[in-house]
Design a protein around this ligand. Sequence first.
Ligand SMILES: [Zn+2]
Length: 553
Amino acid sequence: MRSALRSLALILTGASLFAGWPQTTPERTELRRTSTVAEVRAFMEALRKQAPGLEPYQPKGAPRATETGKPLLAWRLKGAGKDPLRVYVNANIHAGEVEGKEAIQQVLRELLQGKHPELRRNLDLVVMPAYNADGTDAQDPAIRSYQPNPTESGVGRRENAQGLDLNRDLMKVAAPNTRWLLAMLNEFDPAAVLDLHTTNGSTHGFHLTHGPACTMGADEGLLAFNRKMLVEVRERLKTEGMPTYDYGNFVPYRPTAEKPPTAWETYDAHPRLLTNYPALRNRLAVLSESYVYRSWPDRISDTRKFVLACLGWMVEHRNDVRSQVREAQDRWTAAWAKGPVSLPLSAKLKEVERYAFEWVDPIRDDKGHLTGEKGRTRLELPSFVGFEGQDFVDVPAGYLVDPAFVPRVLPVLQAHGLRVQLGTSRPKSLAVLHFQESGRKLAPGAYQGVFTLELQGAWKAEAPPKKQQAAWTPADLDRALYIPLDQPLGRLAFYLLDPRSSDSLVYWGAFHSALVRGDGMWGEPPRFPILAVGRGEVNAVSATPMSAPRTQE
Ligand SMILES: [Zn+2]
């Protein structure tokens, strides 16, 4: 009798099928498979039949599909309360990291079932469970075979069908997925973006690691608030028996008994990453990394718990979230009234605290699969989970882009939502400044399909003397694009357009025909395709290169 009652209780609490609620693909298949794009859509359609509120979401003018025709599908669940907080949750940008895709479907079902009334009332959610739609459907048991996986389907592919890592595409906007995302940010304008991943890296004792935006050049107050949110979420989850910490890896990356860990380090301060990009727009972000060596159902359940904890914190602090975002925006506007605004061209890792870590010494089988633990060592280590800006420069009033590059550059600037004007509207009281290049590094190997270009130099009132170089005529200046930095997205405009920025359109090759002249291009030299407008003579900098990425989440 007792066991019968227990079974009944399990059915009532666990299997949602009982009440007609849809099940996710892992739930339906006893964990043998993860969802395809079509299965996500079928689940969402079934949810919509069960309860009102969930609607398909498509930002105006955004692509509806990837290059191969896979649909880009998102849904919106708008809270019934007064002025709900807008939040966007992204999953499967790396489609081998499938846990977020499954967890967010469960979270939406629970919200519609009335299990989290505070969240249901006070959140206006947009979710895209299968952001990398091509990778989502390219499932293969051979992918990420070092982790416990759904046995039948395996998991999807990291990159999109063109071979691009979509989590490096936020600035250059090469993929339709990115154009969709930027259109969503411009239209829906969430206060926070959550992006759900799974680690590949260190064997640590946390169930999940997470990160706030760590963006070079973003508002320091907002970054500090972003960190505070995750420290408080971490402490709350700890009391519930779920150890979590800032995303990172041990140094050295693969410690041994002879070379044990000496530090913990996070990853990258570039805005090309989805969880760094929103901070340049004065918005919050959360990176979630379920732990690769937890079991497959545990990884889903950890991600679900973490997402709910973050959403809970944001709802509880929603007035604070709103005022922090507004104040960051106001500080940027106010800075222009005070005189030269300066921003960093690079960033270095910063020790934020010392923390007690558990280094897990794993047992691996002959194929390298982790099958158990030899033991755990408790270590207090310096934790480098933040960045400090360096190589600060005074930013100009704006940039002019050569009319010859308008077809290539304008669509990218517009996708970002920047205010772009004609050169005729540049402030005529200020000087037109020319870039004096003092050094360059053209990458010897390609990165995301581009031989990237890092330039050093300074803006000067005189054009560098170069024989036969095409001059800028007054008509050229008038026909150029003018992008003022004194606009709400001015920080973003700086990192896209300053030739010294290591995430700029120069870096990503948009101007290579003018800036990278191979031996076969022997004619008259073209002019430098970007000018600045400003007060003249700003500091020259030889930017310190960012530390080389050690790993990829
Ligand atoms: Zn990832």
